[in-house]
Design a protein around this ligand. Structure first.
Ligand code: SF4
Ligand code: SF4
Length: 350
């Protein structure tokens, strides 16, 4: 269905959000007190901050990559081993997700979601099936972002509701899913033609405000990078990398994790714990026998760039241009736009 469109006045926002909080956990942007924002489970509607710019940790990682979470636990009962799922799959509403993070969630679905069949992560599939998305158009593009050049500044699907702040005390409210609409229905009025036009104008204006541009078209990324596999940029940049893994921890499309077994010392129970992992760490590719396939920091830097712009996990992009990696890198080398610009320079091996 092409969606139903309404107007929600700002004065009714808290009432609607309070109704949602009663239905389940609402993960939404809140102020952290230092001028920044973070996705947290809302205690009350008044904490919601739809004027947020971005968050360091993406909502995808908050919802699906909880560090230290139990994936499964087991115990011995009368001589038998009984397994229990570690997570209760509670309904979750992710509220206020920016379009680039909605695109990132599509990358999760394509990498480890249901459509991967036997290769899917069952824990993710279970959580995802209980999750609904309420999107929010960007007001001020995040620092270092380049979403407009990737087409991830707007989401056409992947949400139940998309809100746009019309900056006149009203939200444009596009509903693709009837259930959440039900909770908002008392507060909605019909969107008029001029409201559609205003939303379009605001979207176009915001698209021009992204601070960075990636000027290589998507269809050219593979050929561009494959010609530059041996470019000295990678080893030179690797020399500066301190392998802190921040660039992958904050990346909304990174799904790699480690599983650690934690048996109790009496051998009667135990659990399996999910931990973040990163391709930027030395031991990431370690195999039986101690073989490590990406030994040098340069090889790991190259892998990250190829993973984002060359390897195909599906239709969704592996880089959505959010700029988060740029801001957290202590060595100032994680910026994908700068990396691709540097790779344009001629090299002697070509
Ligand atoms: S590589 Fe950087 S800019 Fe691209 S999605 Fe990941 S964190 Fe965002
Ligand atoms: S954030 Fe920077 S220094 Fe840390 S692993 Fe990534 S590229 Fe290396």
């Amino acid at each position: 269905m092409k969606d139903s469109c309404y107007i929600l006045r700002r004065e009714y926002l808290a009432q609607w959000v309070s109704a949602l909080i009663k239905q389940g956990d609402v993960l939404a942007p809140v102020a952290t007190g230092d001028g920044k924002f973070a996705f947290e489970i809302l205690e009350k509607a008044e904490d919601l901050r739809l004027d947020y710019t971005t968050t360091t940790i993406p909502p995808t990682q908050k919802a699906f990559m909880s560090v230290g979470e139990k994936v499964i636990s087991w115990k011995k009962v009368e001589g038998r081993t009984v397994f229990e799922a570690g997570n209760s799959q509670k309904p979750l509403i992710i509220f206020g997700m920016h379009p680039y993070d909605i695109h990132a969630l599509k990358a999760w679905d394509e990498t480890i979601g249901e459509k991967k069949g036997d290769l899917a992560d069952p824990d993710y599939v279970a959580k995802r099936s209980q999750t609904v998305i309420i999107g929010l158009d960007v007001i001020v593009p995040p620092p270092d972002s380049f979403c407009a050049s990737l087409g991830t500044h707007i989401a056409e699907d992947g949400y139940s509701i998309m809100l746009t702040d019309l900056r006149d005390g009203r939200y444009f409210f596009e509903a693709a899913n009837g259930l959440l609409l039900y909770f908002a229905a008392p507060y909605l009025e019909e969107a008029k033609k001029r409201d559609f036009e205003l939303r379009e104008q605001l979207r176009e204006k915001t698209a021009k405000q992204y601070p960075k541009t990636l000027d290589i078209p998507k269809e050219g990324w593979g050929a561009f990078l494959e010609k530059r596999i041996l470019h000295p940029f990678f080893e030179a940049t690797g020399e500066l990398c301190v392998a802190c893994a921040k660039c992958t921890i904050v990346c909304p499309t990174c799904t790699c994790c480690n599983l650690r077994e934690e048996p109790a010392l009496d051998g009667q129970s135990g659990c399996r714990i999910r931990e973040c992992d990163s391709c930027q760490l030395y031991g990431f590719t370690k195999m039986t026998g101690g073989v490590i396939s990406r030994k040098t920091p340069g090889a790991r830097v190259r892998h990250r760039i190829l993973d984002k712009f060359d390897y195909h996990h599906g239709d969704a992009p592996s880089c959505v241009g959010c700029g988060r990696c740029v801001g957290v890198c202590p060595a100032d080398i994680a910026d994908p736009v700068k990396a691709l610009d540097a790779l344009k320079e001629e090299v002697s091996h070509e």
